[in-house]
Design a protein around this ligand. Structure first.
Ligand SMILES: [Zn+2]
Length: 363
């Protein structure tokens, strides 16, 4: 028979109290992450379900975005069948100091690094700061961070340049203070472009770009073109509205033995249309007049950019970074078109947020 006395009750009470303390501690430990997830989920549900009652002066202070990190399997699955390596020319291989595309692919995978806790914290703190200081970027960040996953490479990969494949952002450096908000915004834009490809195609068409199926007499140019992971392998032709002339736009190696992938120049090369999506070099198969983009007036007048402007994906990523910094490009018809496009796209993704969008720098 169980004989209840005061000592038993006292011991029992102590055990119960200690258990409660332990359970509370475990609960508290899990609590912050749960809270963050609930917050971001509630927030995105709010904006996507077009909740009418949402506070328009909603503060982002309590919302910490869910930031995704790619696993090795996800990287492998993205890269194993990726056409990027098949697009490598012999100059691309030389510039990357490899023997062939298979060698390059193998080395690329070997150069994948684990993100440390410090790396992850660096990425998170930059994004947290962005969301606090740039409320105009909140909607873009919310959506693009849902799509993107971060990964780390050794500094040898792509000459240390941050880049993307699919939804994965590959960055060679994280904690050595080289990672900036501008880089994150730029790379997130590339992921965003892939997920809203049809919409971005419309923007590019309004800028005068069209995708060519084929350019005749153009082998020497195509063989000298640098392969860009953020460009998806499309051939873009730009139409100068003032003259109705057509130009291939891109980055070309400037040496027959490029020292690295930055050994390039940005150029416009004139072509003319010979069919639906089919063009021909204006000056024969081997002789091409290459206009450096930096001094190519009609292009500069239209885009008002002087760097990283050799592809519509790069132009829109540059514009996104400029918007993020609260700067504006004056007198550029292309930037005006971009702002209107981006505002309309954000409206279509987040229909309940019209008021917040009005206050943004996109307008
Ligand atoms: Zn880029």
């Amino acid at each position: 028979m169980f004989n209840i006395n005061y000592k038993t009750i006292l011991y029992f009470s102590i055990i119960v109290i200690i258990s409660m303390i332990i359970l509370t501690a475990i609960g508290n430990h899990k609590h912050p992450q749960q809270r963050i997830n609930n917050n971001i989920e509630t927030y995105t549900n709010h904006v996507e379900a077009e909740t009418k009652h949402m506070d328009k002066n909603y503060t982002i202070k309590d919302v910490i975005p869910v930031i995704n990190f790619a696993t090795r399997d996800e990287i492998f699955n993205t890269m194993i069948t990726h056409p990027y390596f098949d697009r490598m020319t012999s100059l691309d291989i030389v510039a990357r100091k490899m023997q062939n595309a298979t060698h390059l692919k193998k080395q690329y995978m070997n150069d994948m690094k684990e993100l440390t806790d410090a790396d992850k914290e660096t990425i998170k703190s930059i994004i947290r700061q962005l969301m606090e200081e740039r409320p105009n970027m909140l909607l873009f960040l919310t959506k693009s961070l849902q799509l993107a996953k971060f990964a780390k490479t050794s500094p040898q990969v792509e000459y240390g340049l941050p880049h993307t494949h699919g939804n994965i952002i590959f960055m060679p450096f994280i904690v050595d203070n080289e990672l900036t908000a501008d880089i994150i915004i730029h790379e997130l834009t590339h992921v965003f472009q892939r997920n809203y490809g049809a919409e971005f195609d419309k923007l590019y068409a309004r800028w005068g770009f069209e995708k060519a199926k084929y350019i005749d007499n153009f082998k020497t140019i195509k063989n000298a073109e640098r392969n860009n992971p953020d460009a998806n392998g499309d051939i873009y032709i730009w139409r100068d509205d003032s003259t109705q002339k057509y130009y291939w736009i891109g980055a070309l190696y400037i040496s027959p033995e490029p020292a690295n992938i930055k050994d390039i120049g940005y150029y416009a090369v004139e072509v003319y249309r010979i069919g639906d999506g089919i063009f021909k070099s204006a000056e024969g198969a081997t002789k091409h007049q290459k206009h450096p983009l930096e001094t190519f007036e009609p292009y500069i007048n239209f885009f008002n950019l002087y760097n990283n402007h050799y592809h519509p994906n790069e132009i829109s990523a540059e514009y996104m970074t400029i918007s993020n910094n609260g700067k504006k490009i004056q007198g550029s018809p292309a930037y005006k078109i971009y702002k209107n496009f981006f505002e309309a796209l954000m409206h279509s993704i987040f229909p309940s947020q019209s008021e917040n969008l009005k206050e943004s720098n996109y307008l």
